[in-house]
Design a binder for this molecule. Sequence first.
Ligand code: AMP
Ligand code: MG
Length: 403
Amino acid sequence: MITVTQATQILREHCTDWGTEQVPLHQATGRVLAEKLFADTDLPPFHRVMMDGIAIRWEDLNAYDSFKIVGVCSAGLQQQFSPKEGECVEIMTGAALPESFDTVVPYEHIQIANDIAKIESRPTKQFQNIHLKGTDFKEGAELALQNKKINAAIIGIAASIGKQTLLVKKLPRIIIISTGDELVSIDKTPLPGQIRQSNAWALLSLLQTIGLNAEIAHLPDELEAVISQLDLHQKNNDIILMSGGVSKGKFDYIARALEQLNCKTLFHRIAQKPGKPMFFGKLNDTFVFGFPGNPVSTLVCACKYFIPWLQTNLGIARVTPQATLQSDVTIKSNLTFFLPVIIQLKEGNIHAHPAPNNGSGDFASLAVMDAWLEIPENSKEIKKGFIGHLIPLNPLQHQYTPY
Ligand code: AMP
Ligand code: MG
C-alpha cells in the first residue's frame, strides 16, 4: 500500500498528451489553446479616438480656447482635413484620428454654439483621449495565450486577428464502466438485493463540469466477460474509468482481468479512507482508473486524483486550495482521511465546516458537502484552526499555478 503523496507522485510521472485539433471559433470556448497567436496588424491599427468630442492641434491651445468646427469625422473611415490655425473637427469614439490633429477634447469639456467649440476644461497633454497605433501590440507580436483555457477574452482577441478556427488540445476518449452483478440501469426498478448504478452518472457529471464527455458501460462480475470487454473498450478509449470490483472480494475481478490483459499496474491500494482499494494502471496506451464502488469512494478518488491528472494533461495549470477547519474533529482511522466539509468564504479565507452525516459514508454526506478536507495520517484529534488541502467536489475552473 502506498501513501497519498506517493500516489500523487506516480500520477504526475504518468502525465500524457493527446495531441491537438482544429475547432471552429464558436466551439472553442472551454478548450485549451494549443497554438501561438500573433497580432496581424498593429493594435490598435490606427490612432484610435477614445471619446466623442473634437479633435484639435495641441499647439493651437497656446493661442486659442475656442475652435471653429470645419468638419465631422466618424468611425470606420480614414478621413483627412487641412485645418487652419484654431480650427477643429467633431470626432467620434472609434474614429481614426486624421493626421492633421493630435489631441481630442470630449464633449463633456466643451460648449458648442454656432459651429464654435469653446473649451471649458483644457486637456492636460498632447494625444489625450487617443489610443495610439501599436500601443497594445505591434504587428507580429505574440499574444501570450498558448495553453490557456479559452474564455470570452481569448475568443475576442482571436476574432480581432481574424481567426476562424483555433488549434486546441484534443480531449481524451473516455468510457465509464460500472462493475457488479447487483447493479441495474437507472431506468429499472431494482429487485431485492439490487441497486441502480449511480456512480457512472456521478462520474459523467464530474467530467461534464470541466467540459468533457464519456460513454457509459457495465460489466458483470464474471472474469471472462470482464477480460473480453475491457480488451474491447481499451482499443477505443484513451481512459477507462471504473467503479467497483477493485477490492479484495471474491468477485472483484478487475485487477485479475487487467493482469491477464498485461495491464501495467502503476498503483493499487492507497493508505487513505475512504477509497483505499483505488487502482491506476496502463493497458497499452489506455489509462485505467479503478475506483472503489462505494459512491463516496468513487467521487473522492476521482476528485483527488483523476481530475487533477486530467487537467494537467490538458495543459491547465492548477492550484490545490487550502481551507481552515472550523471545529474539533476526532478521526477514527490512522490513514489519510478525507473529511466531507461544507465551505464558507469569510474575509477572503476558505472555512471548512464538517458536513453532517449519519455514519453510512454514502449519499447522506454527499448531499450536503462541498468538498473534502484532507487530514494527514495518524491525526486522531484534529483541532479547530487546522489548515489542510481541500478537494472540491466541483473541479476548479480557474487555475493558475502548475501542478
Ligand atoms: P465494490 O467496490 O465492487 O466492492 O463495491 C462497493 C460498494 O459500492 C457495493 O455496495 C456496491 O454495490 C457499490 N457500488 C459499486 N458500483 C456502484 C455503482 N456504479 N453505483 C452505485 N453503487 C455501486
Ligand atoms: Mg462489486
